[in-house]
Design a protein around this ligand. Sequence first.
Ligand code: SF4
Length: 261
Amino acid sequence: MTCPLLYRFRVIDKIPEPPTPATARGTLVHAVLERLFDQPAPGRTPATAVELIGPEWERLAADDPDLAALAGAAADRDALMGEAKSAVEGYFTLEDPRRLEPAERESYVEAELESGLRLRGYIDRLDLSAAGDIRIVDYKTGKVPRADYEASALFQMKFYALVIWRTRGVIPRMLQLMYLADGEVLRYSPDEADLRATQRKLEALWRAIERARSSGDWRPRPSRLCDWCRHKDLCPEFGGTLPPLPELPALAAAPAAQPAL
Ligand code: SF4
């Protein structure tokens, strides 16, 4: 949806994207909030959450040398810990986890559409009310999107809602994006028409991807998001030279689509 050429770099060329301080902060804060709900409800306090930051970082860094390298210098580590602490404290301004009992955390979901297109992803948190209403929650450590990017942020949530609807037969009552550092929440209640439109959009996207795969024409689509693109040095829009396209096997059944996070 953002840029066909960026999709090619990531999915066809499979050019690695090592973690950045921003993605490392996101990974760490997600891990802390997931672990927080291991505590009995009365213990889910800001102090407990902040205490989890150091041990969770050690665990993540032990598994991923690229992450560990980001906090090699004491100043980098202090900056990362400080930003994670602000985001975790921001979370407590948005809700009280002592009053919640999530049904699922970091939940893998997958559904296959009638067309054969498989959708899959991870949901940060899924809450279930006594009446059976589902709320999908996603934590964001970046900035609240400007109004013109809000629809794109919600598209990821509608993607998850579609997967839940297709696998469990229930339309989630609420989609909730929590912007921790900014202390803001974006909520949306989808209906069946929304989810059908999301499905049509995904299938149209998949057809566009198949066309680009057949023609080899992965066109750059410059936008303000280019400032964050990790492959700008290869992009012809910025003077780069494209690497040759790798050999690709023949197209089989529609593979899986995942939301871009
Ligand atoms: S720099 Fe912009 S146009 Fe080029 S690949 Fe990245 S997102 Fe696309």
